[in-house]
Ligand binder design. Structure first.
Ligand code: SF4
Length: 493
């Protein structure tokens, strides 16, 4: 998961608004970030760490031009150095820069092909560089087949080549020097990409494309829908906009955007993230009543803060008091997002403080958005017990996460997943709770798809049910991708 944004404006310099957009996307990645703009040449600033630590007045002043792209990184492959930060660029042809959110399943194969067949050098270990070179190589083709093609036709042909060769999840924003801004989304639309417009007083229109709608209100953009799966959009410098649907396949956006990643105020794929979380809590409460009709907790506490919304509707549905019994220090990053298991383990107590008055002598029910590795949940349960809870019940708004994600989320090996090799009863013992209940897959799907004018065929839930929509993920491939990820981690350790 990463955050991406692209802006093209007729009147304003893009850099300040790209910066503000990245601040609104910071929750999607805190490892590195970058902004790239152009006027007569490219201007770029990249760095590791938080947005506010990378950019300052001086380096922002150098980011000239009304068109640009930005990226905030959450590493799922590759290292944690500045070389892995995006955007990435190539000079040939025109000068092209790109940033993306996602992961390629056939990355290693493509690196070989791009080097051997296209004679292009790959400089980092991030997937977008491969996509960039496939795209650039095709756009650079000038033979008889190019005759009569418009520039947008040529872009479409280059994106079509990316679609045929790159398997996996990718939402891409890019700029072409002196031409404009382009975006495309993989044919299954696994990772999000929304679009917005802003009408100017002189009749011109500015365009924004981003992973989430979270910055639209602050910047004065109106939501104009999603970039469709398999669609490419190109906005020329004069504002002329072209779009074409190149592929139409099953639309399977990531369900974890609703469970955890997206900000609650975002609208993803025409579905309100906040409302979907309310429905998750509601569905969970209905199941709780079915399965535990005689057990009513004294209070419902969210594991802050993604689970707050589901916990609120869970408590309402059950008629039990909602309590913020765990105080979260807002100045510490999200543990799940940090690279390295040891850091994760250490940071739970650093970040959360139980409120004794809310907990002591009570039967406490904790709602969490999901249980991925299980360490954080176990630590929370321990803390709540230490503060005098009589009984501790735990419910997860997401079903057991049993399989790795190869589409851009950092839960890559089965060894790390609490539910991959343990039964629910074993996880209950591991966590030390009196009752453990997970959301059912059908209830989660219902919560996400119940409302909204959406076109979702079926959300991607491969990490829950092992149905990988790209058909090249079999047991053998899964094993080799897990091995590769473990190797990368050991090299970084
Ligand atoms: Fe999202 Fe899971 Fe699919 Fe990955 S496998 S894209 S985390 S639903």
């Amino acid at each position: 998961m990463c955050g991406i944004v692209g802006i093209i404006s007729s009147q304003k310099q893009a850099a300040a608004e790209l910066y503000e957009s990245l601040i609104h996307l910071q929750h999607r990645g805190q490892d590195a970030a970058g902004i790239m703009t152009y006027n007569e040449r490219f201007h770029m600033k990249k760095g590791t760490g938080l947005i506010r630590d990378i950019f300052d007045q001086q380096n922002m002043a150098r980011l000239l031009g009304n068109t640009g792209i930005g990226h905030t990184r959450y590493p799922t492959v590759g290292g944690f150095s500045i070389e892995e930060a995006q955007p990435v660029s190539t000079n040939v042809p025109y000068g092209i820069a790109m940033a993306h959110n996602g992961n390629l399943v056939n990355y290693s194969e493509l690196v070989r092909e791009v080097s051997e067949q296209n004679h292009r050098h790959i400089n980092s270990s991030v997937d977008i560089e491969v996509i960039l070179h496939i795209f650039a190589h095709e756009l650079n083709r000038s033979d008889d087949s190019t005759n009569g093609l418009t520039f947008f036709d040529q872009i479409c042909r280059a994106v079509e080549t990316v679609f045929s060769r790159a398997s996996g999840a990718y939402s891409v924003v890019g700029i072409i020097m002196n031409r404009g801004l382009f975006v495309f989304r993989d044919p299954h639309g696994i990772r999000p990409l929304v679009k917005g417009i802003r009408k100017n007083s002189d009749g011109t229109t500015d365009h924004i494309f981003a992973s989430e709608t979270s910055m639209f209100y602050a910047l004065g953009f109106e939501l104009a829908g999603n970039v469709a799966p398999g669609e490419v959009i190109f906005v020329e410098e004069n504002g002329t906009t072209h779009s074409r649907l190149l592929r139409k396949e099953q639309f399977t956006p990531c369900i974890f955007e609703y469970v955890y990643f997206s900000r609650p105020d975002s609208i993803q794929n025409e579905v309100s993230v906040y409302r979907s979380r309310l429905r998750m809590g509601q569905n969970l409460a209905i199941r709780w009543t079915e399965q535990h009709p005689d057990t009513l907790p004294d209070i419902v506490i969210p594991a802050p803060s993604t689970a707050n919304t589901a916990a609120l509707s869970f408590a309402n549905e059950l008629g039990v008091r909602y309590s913020e019994g765990l105080y979260k220090n807002p100045f510490i990053g999200r543990t799940f997002i940090m690279p390295g298991q040891e850091i994760r383990k250490k940071s739970v107590r650093y970040k959360l403080v139980p409120q004794e008055f809310e907990i002591r002598d009570k039967n406490v029910l904790i709602v969490d958005d999901s249980i991925v590795r299980g360490n954080t949940s176990r630590e929370i349960v321990r803390m709540v017990r230490e503060f005098g809870a009589k009984k501790v019940y735990f419910v997860s708004a997401c079903p057991p996460v049993k399989f790795p994600c190869f589409y851009g989320v950092d839960m890559p090996t089965r060894d790390e997943l609490a539910a991959a090799k343990r039964s629910v009863e074993e996880i209950k013992e591991y966590m030390g709770v009196d009752i453990l209940m997970y959301q059912k897959i059908e209830d989660l799907t219902e919560a996400v798809t119940r409302k909204g004018e959406h076109n979702i065929d079926r959300p991607c839930m491969a990490c829950l049910d092992s149905f990988y929509i790209t058909d090249n993920v079999n047991e053998e491939k899964m094993g080799s991708l897990e091995k590769q990820r473990n190797l990368e981690r050991s090299q970084l350790a």
